[in-house]
Design a protein around this ligand. Structure first.
Ligand SMILES: [Fe+2]
Ligand SMILES: [Fe+2]
Length: 370
């Protein structure tokens, strides 16, 4: 196993982060990406701490010092104060915290900061980045010894829409997808579309893709220099149709209508229009050729997944909402999921394609709008 040796790690790296988050030491001289020693890495997405039960879980999680890095793949809350409180709690407990925004973070209403409404979703994204800076939370690449961690900021477009029969999409213009009401995008990133508000944010995914470019280039340069690298990318949104809750054959690019053989195929079909973007997969695959192994973690659907596809392991490990846990849709026992151990080795787990079926031996669609 390759170990970098350029500059010794500070004896207590938690202290310098608290003292001066804006002036972190460089531990590796030949890359612009900061590095630190290896530590176990755990995942969690979709914390939705506006549910008091979820906030209690986070408080409990952070009530002790954790010798781990945690990846938080979006959807902490729409409420800025709660996002800040959660990131503060996590960074006081975990050795490293990695975060990327989800759709809930970019709602402009109910922000409860300043005037209570953010000026726009883009402005809120920038403010989130400054919150990350304040608490030493990473929203940029960072190397944990042989594991390079890279965030992928993302949104959805229509590229994951399943080729299901048209009647399943009927009534999409009335479907109460809250983002359509609560996000506020520049007009050039939206197009007329038969959805709530008649505007679909078609250009947001590609605009975020452009924001990721410098980080991905930096990551490639970093990986070219390293002798051994595992890469862990993370996005909030789904990277491909193969990650949709109902998709049963990750290796297949073709949708099988039989996978919608449950009581609410309309919800599954509609969700595919707000699930993610194939541009995420294109971006993360730019790093794969330079990696010995690649793990991508995502959030958003609240339906756990763990599978391999074309050489990459994909994991979705949400906290989800209390109601979803009760219905065996999200992990019943809220826990983080460990994906790398202290030595930088991947921690394997059973394949998971439809958690609810393995738990209930039944079938279940998406049950509610998020
Ligand atoms: Fe969520
Ligand atoms: Fe989400």
């Amino acid at each position: 196993m390759w170990m970098f040796t350029a500059v010794p790690i500070l004896s207590n790296d938690r202290d310098w982060r608290r003292r001066s988050p804006r002036a972190r030491p460089r531990t590796k001289l030949w890359s612009r990406i900061e590095a630190s020693e290896m530590m176990p890495v755990v995942l969690l997405s979709d914390l939705h701490v506006d549910h008091s039960q979820n906030m209690s879980f986070v408080r409990e999680l952070c009530s002790q010092t954790r010798n781990e890095a945690i990846i938080v793949a979006g959807d902490i809350s729409h409420n800025f104060n709660l996002v800040e409180e959660t990131l503060k709690l996590l960074s006081s407990s975990y050795r490293r915290v990695f975060f990327v925004a989800g759709n809930h973070e970019l709602w402009v209403q109910g922000s409860q900061r300043g005037a209570g409404t953010a000026p726009s979703s883009i402005a809120k994204l920038e403010e989130l980045s400054s919150i990350c800076e304040t608490y030493g939370v990473f929203d940029r690449p960072h190397r944990l010894d042989s594991v390079l961690v890279v965030p992928i900021l993302s949104w959805y477009d229509l590229s994951l829409e399943v080729s299901a029969s048209a009647d399943l999409f009927e009534g999409f213009e009335r479907w109460p997808w809250t983002d359509f009401r609560k996000c506020d995008w520049p007009s050039e990133l939206e197009d007329e579309y038969p959805c709530l508000g008649n505007r679909y944010p078609s250009g947001v995914a590609s605009s975020f893709e452009a924001k990721n470019d410098p980080m991905l280039e930096e990551a490639v340069e970093d990986m070219k220099e390293a002798e051994t690298t595992s890469v862990l990318t993370y996005s909030h949104f789904l990277p491909g149709t193969f990650a949709l809750p109902d998709w049963l054959k990750p290796e297949s690019d073709v949708f099988d209508p039989a996978w919608f053989n449950h009581p609410a195929p309309q919800l599954s079909a509609k969700f595919s229009r707000v699930a993610g973007s194939s541009s995420i997969e294109n971006q993360l695959r730019r790093l794969t050729p330079y990696a010995d192994e690649h793990l991508h973690c995502f959030g958003h659907s609240h339906r756990p997944k763990d599978f391999y596809r074309k050489g990459i392991r994909y994991v979705h490990h949400p906290l989800g909402k209390p109601k979803e846990r009760k219905m065996f849709l999200s992990p019943v026992h809220p826990l983080t999921k460990t994906v790398f151990d202290q030595r930088g080795q991947q921690v394997s787990a059973p394949t998971c394609l439809r958690y609810w079926e393995s738990m209930m031996k039944g079938s279940d669609p998406l049950i509610e709008c998020k």
